[in-house]
Design a binder for this molecule. Structure first.
Ligand code: DGI
Length: 140
């Protein structure tokens, strides 16, 4: 296992319900360290770029609408095997299928409004971190 960084977003449903601290507690209990964090309003362009791989999917418009509907908290998480660990801690995309104790099982409202994003590969983690953070904002 390697010490890795992954990119996380606490989505607008989390900021709207004022539960970002509760989600962060789950992240930290899982052994991941929040080494960068900021609250931002994502622009439409940023959301379209970020979710570019989904642009042909029927839910793309809805996804961009949602991600720009309120503040998000973007984060860099660090830890052993952080990418896979965080995917596990988040749970399945659809909260109905998410395992007990996962962020999406605990907090998510629907497949669209599912509280958290986490990178799915080392390559994407690097790209996603670079989209939102400069090196000096990440303090391990
Ligand atoms: O990596 P994930 O976030 O678990 O899942 P993904 O990369 O397949 O999809 C990215 C996001 O797109 C997901 O977190 C929520 C949204 N999404 C995925 N499938 C659906 C969806 N939104 C709606 N409304 N309907 C879907 O079927």
């Amino acid at each position: 296992m390697a010490r890795e960084q992954t990119f996380s977003i606490l989505k607008p449903d989390a900021t709207r319900r004022n539960i970002t601290g509760e989600v962060n507690a789950v992240i930290e209990k899982a052994g991941l360290r929040i080494v960068a964090q900021k609250r931002i309003l994502m622009s439409r362009k940023e959301a379209e770029t970020f979710y570019g791989v989904h642009k042909e999917r029927p839910f793309f418009g809805e996804l961009v609408e949602f991600m720009t509907s309120g503040p998000v908290v973007v984060q860099v998480l660090e830890g052993e095997n952080a990418i896979a660990t965080y995917r596990e801690v988040m749970g399945a995309t659809n909260p109905a299928n998410a395992a007990e104790g996962t962020i999406r099982k605990l907090f998510a409202e629907s497949v669209g409004e599912n509280t958290a994003h986490g990178s799915d590969s080392a390559e994407n983690a690097k790209i996603e971190i670079a989209q939102f953070f400069s090196g000096n904002e990440i303090v391990g």
